[in-house]
Write a protein that binds this ligand. Sequence first.
Ligand code: MLT
Length: 317
Amino acid sequence: MPPALPLVVVADPIDPAAVRTLAAGPCRVVEPTDEIELGTHLAEAWGLIVRSRTKVTAELIARAPHLSVVARAGVGVDSVDLPAATARGVRVVNAPTAATASVAELSVGLYLILARNLYERIRATKAGQWKRSENGGELEGKTVGFVGYGRIAREIARRLQPFGVRALGYDPFLSRAVDTTELVAFDALLAGSDFVSLHAALTPENHHLIDAARLAKMRRGAYLVNVARGPLVDEEALLAAIDSGHLAGAALDVFESEPPTRTRLLEHPKVVVTPHLGASTHEGQRRAGQQVVDEVLRALRGEPLQSLVNPEAGAPR
Ligand code: MLT
């Protein structure tokens, strides 16, 4: 009997066309429908593809002795225990560019919704009210401050140029400007922005990056927008800042726990909420599926990986 082909477990739903491409490669593919089924495949898994549902913990990695590559169909890899993967020599890859346009477009939409108070006015109109009084302001002439000035923030800044918006950026990993966005210190960005927009990765150091002290440093009447990761923001402190009138409102696509449980935040008239859908467009999901499948196929063929996030994992096994 020839040796069995490596097993790739697609643990969370990804684009079906990408799964078909993978299945035509030198591997077997399974798509478990629940955790019990996932558990039975881990013992044999060589590759594991996840989106957000499956958390790749140290315990999960320990149950997969043959695991060689984990692919996250998204940008963030905070749902993967990177130290545990690296210690076991498991390579972790992601889909770094898949969601850029989708998240950038959502962000611009959220700034507009906040600026014009559209959330409240849409609700009121649907409830039969006809409120045509002055309501909100324009984006033109306002300042948007990006906390984390990577790929997504740069694409938002590019999209905002025709709006006549001034862009500030804070990024501890950037030493010089990459475009017309002015790089400033964190406090200067908080004090100088009408919209503070979060685009940082979630790391242990970034937990509650936006806490009561930083919210207090924001401009009175400013807005906070978070399309990155929920735990970057102390939600209780955010509610207090809005209730006190210091902030005009917030738009959140991500939450400290998901699905969110903080009802006061969900029901707050000045908080626009969406269900972590920044990357969830047809185009974004097609690209995410294709990018991770291409990476897994490269790994299967022994080719260099293009989105390896833990090169310290060492040579393939
Ligand atoms: C990301 O990290 O790109 C997103 O969380 C992806 C997703 O929504 O699955």
